[in-house]
Design a protein around this ligand. Structure first.
Ligand code: G3P
Ligand code: MG
Length: 237
């Protein structure tokens, strides 16, 4: 079962920071998960929420702030004073960290609340320019974006789901993918076992408990996103 560091090593470092991604890059895991949004001036930045309020010392929507304004914020102190120098990274800066590793980069296109027109294309173009085209896996709760990616470009992509759904594999096939990223509560439902039986590639978020990870491996889940990749690695090594 493949291990992905969720938002970097976000259990031990502030999420979606260069510190969290550097820690992940040191580990012999499959990959890392990265959340992206678009700034007011069209730059791709790495942050989870639509607003900067929870993880920085600023306020407001990412889409209403320029990259220069966002770079003035401290995105580490909310976690620990030790990380007060951390700034919101651009996707380009995260690519730098993984330039000489073999990790896969699961880039989550956060276009389900605000559409961020063109975000998926920008991510693909940057990945291609930086030589990461074959190493990225795009995912999103916005399945319209995933359908466009599947139809237009040769980049692996997955639908993200939160709800318990019926015939999710058939739905994913309509979109054009076999990859389904499901939430932990829905991972043990019929929805997921049916999808696995039909040939889906299933990854589960967010799995921080070793006993759940063991059970997921037993039912044939292909990958997990965890805030504690160090712990999962130690257990499954
Ligand atoms: O990509 C898996 C997971 O990150 C999806 O949910 O809210 O943690 O971005 P969230
Ligand atoms: Mg995410």
């Amino acid at each position: 079962m493949k291990i992905f560091a969720h938002r970097g090593c976000s259990g031990s470092y502030p999420e979606n920071t260069l510190a969290a991604f550097r820690a992940a890059a040191e580990l012999p895991i499959t990959g890392v998960e990265i959340d992206v949004h678009l700034t007011k001036d069209g730059e791709i930045v790495v942050i989870h929420d639509e607003k900067v309020n929870r993880t920085t010392n600023g306020k407001g929507y990412v889409k209403e702030l320029t990259l220069k304004e966002l770079k003035q914020l401290d995105c580490g102190s909310w976690y620990s004073e030790e990380w007060s120098a951390e700034k919101i990274p651009t996707l380009d800066e995260v690519f730098d960290i993984f330039e000489n590793t073999n990790h896969r980069l699961n880039i989550e296109i956060k276009s389900d609340v605000f559409p961020y027109d063109g975000l998926a294309d920008k991510v693909i173009d940057l990945a291609a320019k930086r030589g990461f085209r074959n190493r990225v896996l795009l995912s999103s709760f916005n399945h319209e974006d995933i359908q466009s990616v599947v139809q237009g470009k040769q980049v692996e992509s997955a639908i993200l789901t939160f709800e318990v759904l019926v015939d999710v594999y058939d739905y994913a096939r309509v979109i054009g993918t076999k990859r389904i990223h499901v939430s932990l509560p829905s991972a043990f439902r019929k929805m997921t076992t049916d999808a696995l039986r039909k040939g889906a590639i299933v990854y589960v978020y967010t799995v921080n408990d070793v006993s759940y990870a063991e059970e997921l491996q037993r039912i044939g889940v292909h990958g997990i996103f965890t805030d504690y990749p160090e712990k999962m690695l130690a257990h499954f090594a």
